[in-house]
Design a protein around this ligand. Structure first.
Ligand code: NAD
Length: 704
């Protein structure tokens, strides 16, 4: 099927882009546009050209499927297509509806005329990939909507509705009714008026004090954008549009674009963009698999997680039946949900009416029978296998056949939970992160018996509620908590070796982590890990589970919630203040272990903590717990504050070089007294390092 349909309509050539889903400009479509323009130009019966989209709108821009392949550079590239449009001897009119983004918008800007429907969405989102619009967007947009508006659109990457840009020279008309009919009528008018071809490049940018404005923009954008180079580069490209003739401005845009393309920040953001798309493909499950309809949801437990999970569903308009054991627990849960929304109300991001509308979607209940009609039930009760057994046995009895039964367990074995029912095929893990209504990450846990359509339905549902879903196999801690445990151990080792919490946290925060491990531990509460270690110590009397955090807990220091942990906190404040009492506890701990403290450098801190993550990530990928290394990156980026500009731990490892990572780990493992099992490079890491390959290239043994 051709990606471009050519039709002659009463003296006007209509070029309809037809490359679903978003008419992106792959090589085939680019070639077809150039050929169709030549055909229209050569036909004396045709007096003008209308470029129009189909499906979701005009065009979403570059074809992401071509990214990184020779096709994306092959002639005609986008700049050549735009030149062909601009230099066409007959007037070319862009007829815009739906989405008009990136290269699609740049193409429209190269046309001689533009008409649009009021609800068309126009934007240049390249900055979100660490780039700038590289096909004249920075030069043409300010010529039609003014410097200030263009700068805001390009630097933020946020799209605008055509209606918001009405009255600017961007549009020659905003049409209501049929777009093609409007475009044809407009084209006939242009022909009647002499068929003039006007070019945006010939317009002047009028702004008094443009230089002062640009200086202001440079200062503010740089401060907000750090460490990303793209937003300041956008300002520079716009400055060139103001100061230079068009062609010189285009050259400056290209120069800046190529610099950004080569920047590690953009590489990381493009990796994340691709990773998010890859994550929705499930090994062994065709993308076309029919999913089960989810119209009504049940949530069991209205505590911290149950409340947040309920909010995630009602925010997307899905009605929730919320079950608790007692009236008090139910009322408390509902009150917490209301309180959470009140924050948004105060900020003005939610109206009173929509708050009530959302709350009205909740049906509170104390009766399991009320869950009979649910299409999916998420269990979020205490983390105790016996409690979960009772809940799942009851759900199995009550909830209709074909419904999905999900557990939000953090650490219990999902396969054991699935066996509490007679329908393990319908059981899945939905591991939300706290606060569940805010955090975008969702680990979708695939049990040994989880059916393909159960899994596909959960992934589709995650999309509906705006989550980034990553499939994880069953193991202790799934992907994220399994990794963070290793990271915490590496940080604790450094504490014992001679560093202090504040040094370790500062080093990792300088690396870009949202929060250092000890501040994070204080926030999460030290008592949870303490309880786990006590349990493990009882189970394995020969093991050494001792941890500085245990001594802190024994002293009543559970973290932020008790006003002290690895740091102390002033009443009502969250600032972590270093505490000499903690230093004394750490020093005593070292003495007990017979450790003579040594100097630990910040470089060593980052290396050990991040390489520990990479090593565990390699095991997780090799075992097939994660389907691909980019899934591991998504989990760590979205759940644990890894800096986006580094692309995730696995991508970071690829960039450092896996040989370097493996050698560093071997060096640490060989230090006398080191936990060799912990530090020895994972088999996959060793293998890839030896072969000179990256995690990104590894497809796993189970992938399809
Ligand atoms: P919570 O103690 O805040 O809430 C549990 C709620 O379940 C309570 O309101 C309790 O009354 C209710 N409940 C207990 N037994 C019940 C039953 N039989 N029927 C109905 N309701 C019952 O706990 P939480 O932090 O919300 O954790 C819930 C689950 O989510 C656990 O499995 C936990 O491991 C998991 N989880 C927690 C977090 C987190 O950060 N808190 C993150 C991810 C997953």
């Amino acid at each position: 099927m051709s990606q471009l349909h050519f039709e002659a309509c009463d003296g006007i050539a209509v070029l309809r882009l037809d490359n679903p889903p978003v008419n992106s400009f792959g090589l085939e479509l680019r070639t077809a546009i150039v050929a169709a323009l030549a055909r229209a130009e050569d036909d004396p019966a045709l007096k003008a050209v209308v470029l129009i989209g189909s499906g979701k709108g005009f065009s979403g821009g570059a074809d992401i499927r071509e990214f990184g392949t020779p096709k994306s550079y092959a002639a005609p590239n986008l700049l050549m297509v735009l030149r062909a449009v601009e230099e066409c001897a007959k007037p070319v009119i862009a007829a815009i509806n739906g989405i008009c983004m990136g290269g699609g918008f740049e193409l429209a800007l190269a046309c001689h005329y533009r008409i649009a429907t009021a609800d068309a969405q126009l934007g240049l989102p390249e900055v979100k990939l660490g780039l700038l619009p590289g096909a004249g967007g920075t030069q043409r947009l300010p010529r039609v909507i003014g410097l200030e508006r263009a700068l805001n659109m390009i630097v933020s990457g946020t799209p605008q509705r055509a209606e918001q840009l009405r009255g600017t020279p961007l549009f020659d008309a905003i049409v209501s009714g049929d777009l093609l009919a409007g475009a044809l009528e407009f084209a006939r008018g242009v022909v009647r008026d002499g068929g003039i071809t006007r070019r945006v490049r010939d317009l002047k940018i009028k702004m008094p004090n443009a230089e002062a404005y640009l200086q202001f923009a440079r200062n503010t954008v740089k401060a907000v954008a750090a460490p990303y180079p793209a937003p300041p580069a956008c300002v520079e490209a716009l400055a060139a549009a103001v100061k230079e003739p068009f062609e010189a401005g285009m050259r400056r845009e290209r120069e800046l674009f190529l610099t950004l393309m080569a920047s590690p920040e953009s590489a990381a953001l493009r990796h994340i963009f691709q990773a998010e798309r890859a994550a929705s493909h499930i090994n062994g499950v065709p993308d076309s698999l029919v999913t089960r309809p989810i119209k009504r949801v049940g949530v069991v437990g209205a505590g911290t997680m149950g409340g947040g999970i309920t909010m995630s569903f009602i925010n997307a308009g899905l009605p929730v039946t919320l079950l608790e054991t007692t009236r008090e627990a139910l009322d408390r849960g509902l009150l917490n949900i209301r309180r959470n929304y009140q924050g948004a109300l105060r900020k003005g991001s939610l109206t009173e009416a929509s708050l009530e509308q959302r709350l009205a979607l909740i049906t509170p209940t104390l009766q399991y029978e009320s869950l009979h009609e649910a299409d999916l039930v998420v269990e979020a009760v205490f983390e105790n296998l016996e409690v979960k057994r009772k809940v799942f046995e009851k759900l199995d009895e009550i909830v209709k056949r074909g419904a999905i039964l999900a557990s939000n367990t953090s650490a219990l074995n999902l396969d054991v939970i699935a066996r509490f029912t007679k329908r393990p095929k319908d059981v899945i893990g939905l591991h939300f992160f706290s606060p569940a209504n805010v955090m975008r990450l969702l680990e979708v846990v695939r049990g040994a018996e989880t059916a393909n359509d159960t899994l596909a339905t959960a992934m589709a549902l995650a999309k509906t509620i705006g989550k980034i879903a990553v499939v994880s196999g069953v193991c202790d801690g799934f992907i994220g908590n399994r990794m963070v445990a290793r990271y915490g151990m590496a940080a604790h080792d450094l504490l014992v070796a001679g560093a202090l919490p504040q040094q370790i946290d500062a080093a990792l925060q300088n690396f870009g982590m949202a929060m250092g491990p000890f501040r994070m531990a204080d926030l999460a509460g030290l008592d949870i890990g303490w309880a786990i270690r006590k349990r493990r110590a009882a189970e394995f009397p020969d093991g050494d589970f001792s941890n500085v955090a245990d001594i802190l807990c024994e002293a009543g220091r559970f973290g932020q919630k008790t006003g002290s942990g690895f740091y102390r906190y002033e009443a009502g404040a969250r600032d972590a203040i270093p505490d000499p009492a903690v230093t004394a506890i750490i020093e005593r701990f070292r003495e007990q272990k017979g450790v003579v403290p040594r100097t630990v450098t910040d470089t060593e801190i980052v290396e050990r903590c991040v390489y520990a993550l990479i090593n565990e990530g390699a095991r997780i990928v090799d075992e097939g717990i994660a389907q691909r290394s980019s899934d591991v990156d998504l989990v760590y980026l979205n759940g644990y504050g890894f800096p986006a500009y580094r692309g995730g731990p696995m991508f970071y490892g690829d960039n450092v070089g896996l040989l370097t990572v493996a050698r560093a780990l071997s060096r640490i493992a060989a230090v006398p007294g080191a936990d060799a099992a912990f530090w020895t490079p994972a088999p996959l890491l060793t293998r890839l390092a030896r072969e000179g390959k990256t995690f990104s290239e590894f497809r796993g043994s189970s992938s399809t």
